[in-house]
Design a protein around this ligand. Structure first.
Ligand code: GCU
Length: 138
């Protein structure tokens, strides 16, 4: 399955701003979370079927400190305090993958900062259905 990208600058942003003052982002910019606990970006995503999916968050964190975020699906935290460790600088982007379960149709995926530093800079998420490639055992 090919991944579908959802740009952070097109998502619902609470306590954050769309920025473009660093290099290497995709789309038209990235989200700069306000340095406050509870700031979030929420994506509306579409899934073809109910089942497991991988969400890969493309982020930059040019500080020395981790910028953990809770990941929620349809209003429920499914991955608490996911680590977004330092990248080399604010122009260097890294990928953090989290496995979630989606329902067929529209889902919300929200990434909420859990510390007063706020979240990392967030460029986009990429969503891919997870298919079982292992042969069934009997
Ligand atoms: C710097 C950086 C921003 C970043 C911010 C932060 O100001 O330029 O892109 O969002 O630090 O600490 O979150």
């Amino acid at each position: 399955h090919a991944a579908t990208d959802y740009q952070a600058e097109d998502a619902t942003i609470s306590q954050g701003t769309v920025a473009g003052n660093h290099t290497g982002y995709t789309g038209t910019g990235f989200v700069d979370y306000t340095n406050v606990k509870g700031s979030y970006v929420e994506f509306r995503v579409s899934a073809a079927a109910t089942g497991p999916a991988s969400v890969t968050l493309r982020y930059a964190n040019g500080t020395a400190a981790d910028r953990p975020m809770d990941l929620s699906v349809n209003g429920t935290v499914v991955a608490p305090a996911v680590s977004f460790p330092a990248t080399a600088d604010w122009n260097t982007w890294a990928a953090k993958a989290v496995n979630v379960t989606l329902k067929a149709g529209t889902n919300t995926i929200r990434a909420t900062a859990t510390t007063a530093n706020g979240g990392p800079n967030l460029d986009r998420i990429s969503l891919a259905a997870v298919t079982d490639t292992q042969a069934p055992t009997r």
